[in-house]
Design a binder for this molecule. Structure first.
Ligand SMILES: [Zn+2]
Ligand SMILES: [Zn+2]
Length: 125
């Protein structure tokens, strides 16, 4: 989903760049072609904050602890298996200071990304 939005943004950036090259600077200002890249940057900034994070399986539930990379979650101190993500959450929506979070409360795609996605719907794909 974000990959689609990012592709959409890059496509528009290329179109705007092409248009700005083709016309005189004063016309570019008239057409809003100097502001649009900033709007796209703003969209990118939102997507950078609201990015997907993987939910990993407990190391205790790991199917192959000998071969899988197990690591300690810096947030909770739990041992997790990096090889078997079991879901996704939104990095931007999780309260940073919270150490014990229920990631199910912060689903991916989050309402912010869903809103961006539906606003662009019909344009993507
Ligand atoms: Zn594993
Ligand atoms: Zn979010």
């Amino acid at each position: 989903m974000t990959a689609d939005i990012k592709a959409w943004v890059e496509e528009r950036r290329a179109i705007i760049h092409g248009a700005r090259e083709a016309i005189r600077p004063v016309e570019a200002i008239d057409l809003g072609l100097t502001d649009l890249p900033r709007a796209l940057d703003a969209l990118n900034a939102v997507l950078k904050v609201h990015s997907p994070g993987d939910v990993f399986k407990w190391a205790d539930d790991c199917a192959d602890p000998e071969n899988h990379h197990l690591f300690t979650d810096v947030r909770t101190g739990d041992m997790l298996c990096e090889v078997e993500p079991v879901g996704r959450f939104c990095n931007g929506c999780v309260p940073e200071k919270d150490t014990m979070i229920d990631v199910d409360e912060y689903p991916w795609p989050c309402p912010t990304v869903q809103a961006v996605d539906s606003a662009l719907e019909g344009t993507i794909g």
